[in-house]
Design a protein around this ligand. Structure first.
Ligand code: BG6
Length: 541
């Protein structure tokens, strides 16, 4: 994202610290050569690619679903795009009786099944040479001592220069012990000229207090600019494009305010159920799982003022200002809705209800659907409601931001001619059919003057030749390069919790039960009623 701010390791650039310039220069040359030689590069792309320097990625929780489906394939895809240095190494750490060959086999299968780019033997071979596995549990001192030795050896044999990124893809309860072990072994401290970074997967706490506590622990080991908190929605191309759409064009800005916008709808609908994640999800629910992070980040990007630059601090500052200005409606009870899926049909197949899912207690009150209405108390947005909704096992998978504009103040047509005319809307289709739609009224040909809604579409697939990188490709590369704009700051995380905490408190104290909705439908009736009270309706899923 940030092409003008220095994107090199902020840690390594600390004043007075020697920077391994010669080593960096040498490695840059080789990595660029790799990138140049990469047949997957678009030959029209004359810009220098952002390429990671010598480094090791240590993955805690490598046996988990996220590693298998997203992280390992993303590493391969980065290698395939020529964005990893030749000596790049990946160390898996988990409580499994595996040798490095077993880890290589698991990684190979994950890549074959989930990588975005085609499988190429020579790329795989290069990645495979840098794979290592350290068995052990997180409270096992011996395992972390072994990890330190493996890393030292990798530095010596593969020229990784002591640059390590530690990625915690584990259940959050293990974050503190992992950080403690890194401190005990001294792995958190970079030698002169090198860097050490930690990547924290969400959820970053389960409320404001626990987020602060976790931050105290992380802060005791790593400098703030070495901490990368993941919100993978920020790694999505379509989400970054919100910034381009708003700030690289003149078209929208004059109407992007309370003078023209009627309301904004942000939807993240999933067709999948809780799957194998019952242990994590039960007791957490939809609001903490995705509204606290992904949806509030989307809202901040849509509502923020233009940043002075596309560096981390300017971007974060503007997002923080919006998050600070978000206020909950006075009638919180009726401005929120929660649901829980019951058995139904998905894609022609019968699926169980949430309470019948493996690992979910039959009396669970966890919501699998949540909708909230929020407002922003500032000059641009006062009085414009932002409706956020998310749910599992809905009719289809779809994430979008719809900015819905006010009706024309006067329609010089007969009432019947504009009977079915809706409101203008700009819809940012985040996934899966990535693009942007503008909805406006148009005359129906052959009629005297019947006006009805039509769509003007921009589709990524048609406008650009190459497929978009996966969010985790972008984010992992940013971690290895040390480029922080796409990672929320602790202050943002805390502000997001201070919006969600009172809502959770209300739901808990009022003993409100989530309303059932059949799997494969559009969500609970109370969510529709919430909109209807405001004289509005959700967009169709
Ligand atoms: C995660 C949530 O952050 O995002 C999951 O914990 C959810 O519950 C996932 O399924 C959705 O991500 P995506 O990229 O498929 O929209």
């Amino acid at each position: 994202m940030n092409q003008s701010e220095p994107s090199a390791s902020p840690e390594a650039a600390a004043p007075g610290e020697p920077v391994a310039a010669a080593q960096a220069a040498a490695s840059t040359t080789t990595t660029l050569e790799v990138a140049e030689a990469n047949p997957l590069r678009d030959p029209r792309d004359k810009r220098l690619p952002r390429v990671a320097g010598p480094s090791v990625l240590v993955l805690f929780g490598v046996t988990g679903d996220l590693s298998r489906r997203k992280l390992l394939p993303a590493i391969y895809d980065l290698g395939n795009r020529g964005l990893l240095p030749p000596g790049f190494s990946l160390v898996g750490f988990a409580r499994r009786d595996w040798a490095s060959q077993d880890f290589a086999k698991i990684t190979h299968d994950a890549v074959k099944e989930h990588a975005r780019t085609p499988f190429r033997e020579e790329v795989w071979k290069q990645i495979c040479e840098g794979l290592h596995f350290v068995p052990g549990s997180f409270d096992d001192d011996g395992a972390f001592d072994a990890l330190a030795m493996v890393l030292k050896e990798i530095d010596e044999t593969r020229g990784t220069g002591g640059n390590y990124a530690f990625y915690t893809s584990t259940p959050p309860k293990f974050f503190p012990v992992i950080i403690e072990q890194l401190k005990r072994t001294g792995l958190h401290k970079p030698p002169p000229g090198a860097w050490r970074r930690v990547v924290i997967e969400k959820p970053f706490g389960h409320d404001l207090e626990s987020a602060k506590e976790l931050n105290r622990i992380v802060d005791s080991a790593f400098r703030p600019d070495s901490v990368f908190r993941i919100d993978h929605y920020l790694g999505k191309e379509t989400v970054q494009n919100i910034l381009a759409l708003r700030f690289a064009n003149t078209l929208w800005e004059p109407i992007w305010n309370r003078g023209y916008v009627d309301h904004v709808q942000i939807t993240m609908a999933e067709d999948i159920g809780v799957g194998t994640r019952a242990g994590y999800y039960d007791g957490i629910g939809a609001a903490r799982d995705v509204i606290q992070n992904h949806l509030l980040q989307l809202m901040a990007l849509v509502a923020m003022e233009d940043p002075t630059a596309f560096g981390a601090s300017a971007l974060r500052r503007e997002k923080e200002k919006v998050l600070e200005a978000i206020k909950l409606p006075a009638d919180l009870e009726t401005s929120t809705a929660i649901g829980q899926y019951t058995e139904g049909w998905q894609g022609g197949v019968p699926v169980p209800g949430f309470l019948e899912e493996e690992g979910i207690p039959p009396d669970s009150r966890t919501e699998t659907y949540a909708a909230v209405k929020l407002e922003i108390a500032n000059r641009r947005w006062a009085g414009v409601p932002f409706y956020l909704r998310t749910g599992k096992r809905l009719g289809r998978r779809m994430t979008e931001v719809a900015v819905v504009f006010q009706r024309a103040p006067h329609l010089p047509f007969s009432k019947t001619d504009t009977e079915i005319l809706g409101q203008n809307a700009l819809v940012i289709r985040v996934q899966p059919d990535e693009g942007i739609t503008v909805r406006f009224g148009s005359k129906v040909p052959g009629t005297a003057m019947e006006v009805r809604d039509v769509n003007m579409d921009f589709a990524y697939g048609e406008a650009f030749l190459e497929s978009s990188p996966e969010a985790y490709e972008r984010l992992l590369l940013d971690v290895l390069i040390g480029d922080p704009p796409l990672f929320p700051h602790q202050r943002e995380v805390e502000l997001q919790w201070s919006i969600i905490d009172p809502i959770e408190k209300l739901w808990a104290e009022s003993g409100r039960r989530p309303e059932g909705y059949a799997a494969g439908t559009g969500g609970p009736a109370s969510a529709d009623a919430m909109m209807a009270r405001d004289g509005r309706a959700w967009r169709r899923l």
